[in-house]
Structure formats: structure tokens, C-alpha cells
Design a binder for this molecule. Sequence first.
Ligand SMILES: Cc1cc2nc3c(=O)[nH]c(=O)nc-3n(C[C@H](O)[C@H](O)[C@H](O)COP(=O)(O)OP(=O)(O)OC[C@H]3O[C@@H](n4cnc5c(N)ncnc54)[C@H](O)[C@@H]3O)c2cc1C
Length: 541
Amino acid sequence: MTLPHHDIAIIGSGFAGSLLALACRQLGLRVLLLERGQHPRFAIGESSTPLANLLLEELASQYDLPQIAAFSKWGTWRRTYPFIRCGLKRGFSFFQHSRGKPFAPMPSRRNELRVAASPSDQIADTHWFREDFDAFLCDQARAVGVSYVDRIELETPVRTAAHWRLVGQRDHVKCGWTAGALFDATGPRGFLFRAFGLKEIRMPRLPATAALFSHFKNVPLWGDLHPSAERAPFPVDDAALHHLIDGGWIWVLRFLDGTVSAGVAACGAEAQRFNFNSGASAWRRVLSEYPSIQRQFEHAEPIRPFGHMASLSFQCETLSGDHWAMLPSAGGFVDPLLSTGFPLALLGILRVAGIVRDQFGRRNFSESLEQHARITRCELLAAENLIASLYTAFDDFELFTNLSLLYFAAASFSETVRRLGRPELAGGFLLHDHPVHGPRIAECCALARDLAKPREARDPARKHLLHLIQDTIRPINVAGLADSTRRNWYPVNLEDLYAAAPKVRATHQEIDAMLARCGLTPRHGEPGSPADSVNLEADRS
Ligand SMILES: Cc1cc2nc3c(=O)[nH]c(=O)nc-3n(C[C@H](O)[C@H](O)[C@H](O)COP(=O)(O)OP(=O)(O)OC[C@H]3O[C@@H](n4cnc5c(N)ncnc54)[C@H](O)[C@@H]3O)c2cc1C
């Protein structure tokens, strides 16, 4: 029997599968998108970052997808799609908690860190309410002519001489298709991992971690419980808020409709001690040990069943083959700590879409997919490297802060050079491939992991590491980070960017032009003129 043929088949219609389908369809190809579930559906993983938003913009512009571009900023999202729920993310906030003790703000701010990601609400990042967002993207894919089939249980795909043969059951009715190439966007331990019987390999440096999470209502603002007399870089709850605890951390992400996404990720021993797989009662046990977090969730009600992931990190040994490849989130996952999931997924989508555009139907297609797989693995390991070092520092907030500033420095440097049109200066995700900065960041992370020894023995090495981190950050610091006078609060100050122009090999005029493209008021290239003053509150909608 002849089955209907498509050029590209994509399995999994989360945001990644649908975006790839949209891009491939814009190339004029026949695209099939297959989904086991049905939209709208819950998905975890909600907090975006400046790099993720920039990549979304790049995807929209390269594949003529204006309907996607609006999602890259809070302001345009709210104006264009007020019916698609989202949350405002102006930056990252971290608070250190000690078991059994209430959180007490300090004048030195030694137990908190706030790093702004944007200078105003209008151009800020967002938390994606995935139920709405993913359903919308899938609808958009259908609207441009992608063939979409949901509620499908697929059998193992078979590669014939000419194409892939995909067969499955929908409502007990057998159906099938053929396709030239196959992409897996079904997330960790997903479809091809199981169907092809692929091998899982351990993340080499990260401890085994688990997570427990839900959506809540009636969660008061942390900023109301702990008001600050000083002018903060951004309202602390308009952020990805992190509470650091022993052996793990809790995230709190707020959506505009009052829904709060919260969960805990922790090392295996802590997850076991709290018995994460017991759901709501484990959540209550975690909170009961940290009085200030418990207070924030005192009257909170979960509005959906708790989700539990017994093993967060994942890496598949094989990420591509003859006319097939996995998107990054199907190939591996580290931990949500630095919100690296979206940028990694989007980097992968851009890569795969580029390969389809340039190589589909040509001899080098599978070879190019193999190259995509190699880069995917390196990017995953770069994220793992930083996150694993942070996992060793939950009980040493000064070190945690310094290590996380490595991430913020690398991320803001990469974003800036990309926005300046010089991505080659970044050397891959988190600069991992940069000949100088990549190895230096890796060395800091390795030293941090080696510090996990008795405290008395580690002081000289720790001191050396803190210096090394400062030295590593300096040449890539475009955001005024690691400045002790700022006492762990880092607003976006455009003057820092102008001062860092030589590091990104840009003139002040080029910085002006870049800021204007971002919707910010540039300084018009007058060195020495006063810093652009950014009104933090003016554009609050
Ligand atoms: C606890 C947690 C918190 C996270 N927080 C963040 C964060 O704040 N920021 C961030 O950047 N990243 C975060 N991530 C990562 C983020 O969730 C992923 O990067 C993102 O969800 C990947 O999207 P996706 O579309 O590739 O996959 P998914 O969203 O997982 O979608 C996969 C789709 O494939 C479908 N599917 C599965 N199996 C089959 C099958 N056999 N056949 C057909 N269809 C199938 C599913 O139904 C689903 O619709 C987090 C991850 C976890 C686990």
C-alpha cells in the first residue's frame, strides 16, 4: 500500500517540534507533525532568557515567521497576544536559606543575588505558560500547512532504501506515512530513544537530581514579605526567583493571571529523604524545614497534581543517524537551574532548520546532522559543567554567586556579540568553544567541583578560585558584574556596555545602533556623556 509522503516528519509537538515544523514548512517542504497527546496540555519548563528570546527573533526573521517574533519581548507579547498567558521576567533572583532559620535580609546583601536581564518591562523576557504557548504554535504550524496528527501511538520507524516508514494507531485505527527525514522533538527519554533502544549515558559531572513541581494559586509576593528600603534593580517577583536550600533549590515563577509555577530540584539523597515521589506531602516536608519559604506558601493551593521526575539529567548516547536526528531536548537535559533548556532547544532548531534548508536531498545531509549532534552534545556538556559546579556551592553563597556570575557574564557577552552581528566572537553556547574563555570557564568549574572537601582543607584553593573567576569574568564582562560596590544587585546600566565596547570589538556608534534596534535609547556615540538613564518603573503595564 502506498502511504502519503512528506519530506520531513517531526515527532512531538511541544514548542520545539512546532517551531521546527513552522521553519521547515516556510522552506516550502511537506511537513508532518505527530503528537502522542493532545493540545492544550501541561508542560513544565517555563522561564525564558535574553538568549532564548534573541534566538526566537532570529528564527522569526530567518524563516519569515512574524507571528513568532512578538513572543520575544514582554511588551510585544502582551500587545499582540493578550490571550496567551505569560509572566514577566526582568531577571534572576537568588536567596540563600539555612535549614530551620528564617531568611533575614542583610545590609551587605551577602545572602542574595539579583541580576537584571533587561532594563525595562517592554523589552523584558517572559515565563511561557506552556499550555497556551505550545497549543498556539501547533495551531500556527497547522495554519501554514503542516499536516498534524495527534493522539498517535507510533511503532518503531523503519528506514527503507528511499525513506522512513512510520506506522501507528489512532483511536484503534492503523495509519501510516513515509518521510524523507525524521526529527525527534519528544523530550528526554523520548520516542526515538525508546523505539531505537538507544543507550542512556550519565552526565559525567552532575550529581543525580530529582524534581517535584506544580502550579499554585494564593502565593504572596516575596517582595511583600521582605520589602526592601533600597531601590532594587527590578521588582524581585518579576523574575525567576530561586530559593537555595541544602542540596537543592526551589523555583518560583509568577504568571500574570496569578498562577505561580513552583518546584524543587535536589540531589538524590535529599530527594530520597523528602520522598519526592509522595508528591504534595513531600512538598510540605521541604517547606517545613525552611520557615520563610513555608511562609510564602502558607496559604498556597496546588491547582494541578504534583509532577515528579525521579531523574532529571539525561544524555542519549546517539543523537543522529541516517536521515534522522534528535532536537537538543530529546538528546539530553541537565537541570533547570540556569534556564538553559530553551536556548539549547532554539539553537538546535536553528541548526536543524539550516541543515534542512541547505542540505535536504543532498549527499551530505546525514553528515551535517551528525555535526549538529556533535555540537548539541558539546553545548549540553557546557551547561552541565556550570550547573554541576553550582550544585557543589549551595552551602557557600559567595562561591555560588561568583560561579553564577560566570554564567551571566558568558550569556550577556554572547547575546551582545550576536546582537552586534558577530556571533563568531562568542565561540558557541556559554563560550564553550572560545579558544581562551572556554577553557578558563571550564577550569573554574572544575576547581569548584574539586573544592568539595572538608572546609578546613579548602580555604587556600577557594581563595585562588575566587580570584580566577574574577580574572575569567573581566574580559567578557559587558554588564558591570562582579563589582563588590554593587552588593550583589546588578541592574542593567547601559554605561557598562559602552565601557565594554572594546571587549566586543564595537565602536560606540555600533553600540548605539544595536541599542536602537533593541528599542532602547542610545547615547548617540558621545564618549563620556552621562549614562543612559533607564526608567525602571515607567513602562510597567
Ligand atoms: C522541572 C523542569 C523545569 C524546567 N524549567 C525550565 C526553565 O525554566 N527554562 C528553560 O529554558 N527550560 C526549562 N526546562 C527545560 C524545558 O522543559 C525543555 O527545554 C522544553 O520543555 C523542551 O521542549 P520540547 O518542545 O523540546 O519538549 P516537550 O515540551 O517535552 O514536548 C514534547 C512533546 O512530545 C510529545 N511526545 C512525547 N512522546 C511522544 C511519542 N512517543 N510520540 C509522539 N509524541 C510524543 C509530548 O506529548 C509533548 O507534547 C525545565 C525542565 C524541567 C524538567
